[in-house]
Write a protein that binds this ligand. Sequence first.
Ligand code: ADP
Ligand code: MG
Length: 583
Amino acid sequence: MNPRVLLAVVVGVIGIAPMVAPAFYVTLLNYIGLYSLVALGLVLLTGVAGQTSFGQAAFVGLGAYTTAVLTTQYGMSPWFTLAIALAITLAVGYLLGIITLSMGGHYLPLATIAWGISLYFLMGTIESFGGFTGITGIPAVTLFGFKLEKEGEFYYFIWFVVLAALWCIANLLDSRPGRAIRALKQGSTMVEAFGIHPGRTKTVAFVIAALLACLSGWLYAHLQRFVNPTPFGINQGIEYLFMAVVGGAVSVWGAVLGAALVTLLKTWLQDLLPKLIGEAGQFEIIVFGVLLVLLLQYARDGLLPYLQRFVPLPPRKLPSAGDRLPHRTPPAEGISVLDEKEARKTFGGLVAVNDVTFNVGSHEVVGLIGPNGAGKSTCFNLISGALEASGGSIKFMGTEITSKTATEIAKLGLGRTFQHVKLVGTMTVVENVALGAYLRGSKGVIASALRLNTADEAAALAEAMRQLERVGLAEHAHDAANSLPLGKQRIVEIARALAADPILLLLDEPAAGLRYAEKQQLASLIKSLKREGMTVLLVEHDMDFVMGLVDRLVVLNFGQKLSEGLPENVQADPAVREAYLGA
Ligand code: ADP
Ligand code: MG
């Protein structure tokens, strides 16, 4: 089925449901809508960004209680309290995120559990919040002078908000900041090399998820017109996580699917099981748990991928042109691009890079060679900022970069590839390459969510296509990156590095895994880059590959510089023959 037709059918069903469905199901659909909003946040945070939060129910509670207290006790308008609730959530989410997310590991899940439990008891203990009995008499929301008092009326309001949120998050995921969020699971080394700050990007995802939960809570309070702490406890927090996982993160619709499935399943089990096995005990919770375990056993990525097989997405149309992104003028000939003096890196007692000195001039192609374990990749990582040097000095275009972060160095004009390929496997090839152009775009989360980024996007994707054509992989633009053979994935990494418009291109064993003809193509690509004014530092293992290609060679052995000079001189150097070729 065509996805547009399917979307129209879904929206149509949502539109007529309250007119034909029994009241009980309208109530249920209202809840599914509210849960979908929370699950949508978790699809983004957990499914896409790989961060787990057990505390979403507490953000729902924050939204509900803020409006409950402020409307009933201070007579504020619900629209005003919505702004206040979102502002509080923004502050709390930002603080929790910035403190825990840069620490990585289990800090976020633990912090969200602590946050969930403490807010729950806070709501229950504070006198003016009505304790565990809660707050009644919350006013209805007035929309364009129309009071939304009936469930069937509020239904349309909820589902309008849900569809709008789905649209915004889908837009976001398909944009410059969205690609950064989707790349987070690849680890921080890769994203930092393209100027993306992983801690900040995760915090953005966490704050968006918290805001969606808060919005759901605000809606809940004005639907129920009554709140107590029960629906905002840690149990509900876990259930929200189930919804996101059951639905799956391949598309934002996973949130709606997960919310609907979990809600309907629980309701039916609660109805059915007492009839089957008697009234004693809460069997539905056990059966529910078993069903979920089974489901996750057979559908790791949730249920949506199964359904999506029936709705094959047509390949996305790429903008044929687009404004050109800003472009650096390459440095003039004879300028020192890279100047490394006595760079040193130790890992405990091991000296991986031992006071290595060499330089690379503009428009030069320099090969860094040496046997396995010689320290080439480590040397590389010192230059790109992926590792911090233990000593010495490294200058890039005259700027001292020894203690700069990878992101700062990327901004100065350094592009790199990785020895162990780091592409986002589930993203298409062209999206991966567009990730390289991250620093050349500027549109942020809000502009992207509202689709105010079309010119920026067109330029980024057009640039990515240009780079793919340059490396000869244009026909694979729409393939998932992990469907390509490893050799081609290395070339995609080169295109991604080129999309950053670097002055200096660092390539770590780009020819590994390539066939002979592919190596020839790669060599001619590097030669043509040089003609266009690119400076290249190339780590290579394969002596034959570099001989006809580079202007100069630097040889490392056991972390030390063994030899340096023109390829033929280096090749003839007896020390090199013994250490490298003899081996
Ligand atoms: P090459 O790229 O020349 O094959 P590397 O730079 O990867 O060599 O490694 C140089 C030496 O440093 C090796 O002995 C390797 O085991 C060691 N090494 C590299 N990275 C680390 C690390 N993160 N921790 C400890 N030792 C490391
Ligand atoms: Mg290496």
